[in-house]
Design a protein around this ligand. Structure first.
Ligand code: KIV
Length: 275
């Protein structure tokens, strides 16, 4: 990529955190998606998605948990490995799971190093001012950090559910968290399920990119969980979600047809090389 636009340039190397900063400076919006495996990562990469998050939402979408709380570093490592191997261009960001960084900056560094050794180019962690020492040490150690504030699913047990964060006076505290994370060296910030006016205010006050999910149209970038966005997850999902496909119906129809064909002796058939 010589002229470093995220979507229009010549693409022959990995996107970097500097490219994302350049996009903010130019006012270029971008899309991030989660990815948990090599096949989807390669597809999203070829489609031009500039940043892929190996999210701990793998807990709900891959491992069958109700929350992200049980997800471990050992669960996440093979997923990061697959996404890194599947991509040539996208910036791959590894989510630090619950309990793998809150203990101390040193613990955060040890966890982040494991992901960087697998080929991730950045890590993400949840929390505001309480994780500033972690962010500072990672950045000083050469590890780009994406912050994540608002609805932080790893804290679902203290938040008392998946509800909107930052309403009223809590909005000022959230802005303070955002500014503190920027000062600590975070290269971008996820704003999850916060009022859109607040997300817009944070986006205007910060020089680093904001990445919204359920935070309205005023952020620099958007992120969605790919299984939600593609209509694989059952149910309607949250109101902010746009389903761009109905993969659940497509796959259900495909596996049902396959099963019926086998039962009825229609597959395999002559066109598959059998007489
Ligand atoms: O794990 C995840 O998928 C996330 C995004 C929703 C931001 O943290």
């Amino acid at each position: 990529m010589t002229e470093a636009t995220l979507y229009g340039g010549v693409v022959n190397r990995r996107i970097t955190v500097r490219d994302l900063q350049g996009a903010k400076d130019r006012g270029e919006r971008w899309a991030m998606l989660t990815s948990y495996d090599m096949l989807t990562a390669a597809l999203f990469d070829e489609a031009g998605i500039p940043a892929l998050l190996v999210g701990d939402s793998a807990g709900n979408n891959v491992l069958g948990y109700d929350t992200t709380v049980p997800v471990t570093v050992d669960d996440m490592i093979p997923l990061v490995r697959g996404v890194v191997r599947g991509t040539k261009r996208a910036l791959v960001i590894a989510d630090l799971p619950f309990g793998s960084y809150q203990g101390s900056p040193q613990q955060a560094l040890e966890t982040a190093v494991r992901f960087m050794r697998e080929g991730a180019q950045a890590v993400k962690l949840e929390g505001g001012r309480r994780v500033l020492p972690q962010v500072e040490l990672l950045v000083e150690s050469g590890i780009p950090v994406m912050g994540h504030i608002g609805l932080t699913p790893q804290s679902v047990n203290t938040l008392g559910g998946y509800r909107v964060q930052g309403r009223g006076d809590a909005g000022d505290l959230l802005l303070k968290d955002a500014l503190a994370l920027e000062r600590a060296g975070a290269f971008a910030l996820v704003l999850e399920v916060v009022p859109s006016e607040l997300a817009e205010r944070v986006t205007q006050e910060l020089t680093i990119p904001t990445v919204g999910i359920g935070a309205g149209p005023g952020t620099d970038a958007q992120v969605l969980v790919w299984t939600d966005m593609a209509g694989l997850t059952p149910g309607p999902g949250p109101k902010f979600l746009k389903k761009y496909a109905d993969l659940r119906s497509v796959l259900t129809e495909a596996v049902t047809s396959y099963s019926e064909d086998v039962r009825e002796g229609r597959y395999p058939a002559a066109e598959h090389g059998y007489s």
